[in-house]
Design a protein around this ligand. Structure first.
Ligand SMILES: Cc1cc2nc3c(=O)[nH]c(=O)nc-3n(C[C@H](O)[C@H](O)[C@H](O)COP(=O)(O)OP(=O)(O)OC[C@H]3O[C@@H](n4cnc5c(N)ncnc54)[C@H](O)[C@@H]3O)c2cc1C
Length: 459
């Protein structure tokens, strides 16, 4: 950028004479010398200033480099190639939280209420995701999945789900136990839905590709940079981080497990809070991988936004069993023992939490017991694959879901996105937000104002 300014400074008309040419060359020389010296001292005193563009006014500042923040940056860079985009991330790598700790399933959209954002974005998003993977050589596989009813009382729920699949325009089929065995030889059930439009992919790899494209197009990604305060003046959003202050015309909050706090920093009234639910996984020992061909799911409890513990073949060949859904005592608490006083106190003093806890006491206890006892966890899995044994499973990497809970005690089911004149906040982006990420990013890019030109630098 310094170069652009210096070129502009020398574009005034000059009369061609020997002395003018000499003066001009002397000016260039002295300017180059001056630039070298000042750059040297700037780097010496503050190695971050130039690189991190503290003096730059960005068009868009995105907080969070999970798949939603990066897909939004990618969509903006496609729509507005000239836009100045800054993505800030508090961790030392991208996709560090939910995006790097999930099941890696490309969801079909069967579960979601017709007309909801989840239904719309997962179907369209899944198609776009596949096209993106094809374009950039990212491995994925449309292996299909089965949703299995193992008890009589689940059959009406399975039927409802099947009809929902049809309403959502999916090629689903209802199958009996024999056909189920043809698809998944070790699974057992009364009836099942076969969904062809489900697949597997590594979402961290997808996020890396978004990040690479954003940077190639001139966007900036700053790791180890935590947003701590947000101020607003007449036409800028000012984000104060632990290592510098950044200015932008528009702020995009994609902070996942901390999105409610970022919204609060800006003074937004959101009427919700993030409640973290840990999803714990086991994985099959390699000798038992043959028990699962692809994806085997139970019929989910329609009162919860979680799908129940299931089997997932990952794109790298591992087979995961899980995740359950237990309240996490830390927003980024991947182990059972992880605890954070602020995170814990916020949940405990949130009346809405006690409202849903009271209404779902027995379900909550079941989850806690299943989390503490491998035997109980395995018993749940045996409903789908009866020959599964405790020794077949070893603990695997867990994830934590950012689930929004409204003040009146409702777990937000759909994606939740709120905006005002100078910011947009993604306040509920749980599963299938990774599947839907390209559609979410595109929808955000269409909803927010285009970049304004000049001035580039703060004065
Ligand atoms: C266990 C589990 C299984 C799942 N399985 C699937 C699946 O199979 N298929 C599917 O489609 N979806 C799945 N999901 C959902 C999917 O992973 C998420 O919806 C998606 O990753 C959300 O992305 P995100 O960018 O919103 O959040 P994140 O990936 O959590 O990213 C948010 C980022 O913001 C950063 N951040 C937060 N605060 C700040 C701050 N103050 N300053 C700077 N940076 C900050 C964080 O460090 C983080 O990197 C699953 C999720 C979980 C937890």
């Amino acid at each position: 950028m310094e170069n652009i300014i210096s070129i502009q400074a020398y574009t005034k008309p000059i009369r061609l004479s020997i002395s003018n040419i000499l003066k001009f060359q002397l000016k260039i020389l002295s300017h180059s010398l001056y630039t070298c010296i000042t750059n040297f001292f700037t780097l010496l005193v503050s190695p971050y200033t130039i690189e991190k563009g503290e003096n730059m006014i960005y068009d868009y500042i995105i907080i969070g480099s999970g798949i939603v923040g990066l897909s939004t940056g990618y969509a903006l860079s496609e729509r507005y190639p000239e836009a100045r985009i800054l993505i800030i991330e508090k961790e030392n790598s991208i996709a560090y939280h939910q995006t790097g700790h999930n099941s890696g399933v490309i969801h079909s959209g069967i579960y979601y209420k017709p007309g909801s954002l989840k239904a719309k974005f997962s179907k369209g998003g899944g198609n776009r995701l596949r096209a993106f993977c094809d374009q950039y050589g990212i491995a994925y596989e449309m292996c299909g999945k089965v949703i299995v009813a193992t008890e009589e009382e689940e059959l009406p729920l399975l039927q409802n789900l099947y009809e929902r699949g049809l309403q959502n325009g999916l090629g689903v089929s209802l199958i009996g136990s024999e056909q189920l065995r043809e698809i998944e030889p070790h699974a057992s059930g009364l009836k099942a839905i076969h969904v062809k439009e489900a697949g597997i992919v590594n979402y961290r790899r997808v996020a890396e590709q978004f990040a690479a494209l954003i940077q190639e197009r001139g966007g900036t990604l700053l790791l180890n940079t935590r947003a701590e305060t947000i101020r607003e003046d007449a036409d800028e959003m000012i984000v104060e981080c632990d290592n510098g202050t950044f200015r932008g015309r528009f702020l995009i909050n994609c902070a996942g497990l901390h999105c409610d706090r970022i919204a609060a920093l800006q003074g937004m009234q959101t009427n919700m809070k993030i409640v973290p639910f840990r999803g714990e996984y086991y994985e099959l020992i390699p000798e038992k991988h043959g028990l699962v061909k692809n994806l085997i799911y139970p019929v989910p409890n329609p009162n919860f936004p979680f799908l129940g513990v299931h089997f997932t073949r990952m794109i790298d060949g591992h087979v995961h069993a899980g995740p359950n859904a237990v309240l996490s005592l830390k927003r980024e608490g991947y182990r059972k023992t992880d605890f954070n006083l602020r995170d814990f106190a916020e949940v405990m003093t949130y009346p809405a939490f006690w409202k849903i806890a009271g209404q779902n006491m027995s379900e909550g206890w079941k989850e806690i017991v299943r989390s503490l006892s491998k035997k109980v966890f395995v018993r749940n899995l045996q409903r789908l694959i009866p020959e599964m044994r405790e020794d077949d499973l070893i603990p695997s990497q867990n994830g934590v879901r950012a689930q929004a809970l409204t003040k009146d005690g409702k777990l937000v089911d759909d994606f939740l996105i709120v905006s005002n004149e100078k910011s947009i906040h993604i306040l509920n982006a749980p599963s299938p937000a990774a599947t839907a990420s390209i559609s979410i990013g595109q929808a955000i890019s269409e909803q927010i104002p285009g970049p304004l030109r000049s001035p580039i630098f703060a004065t």
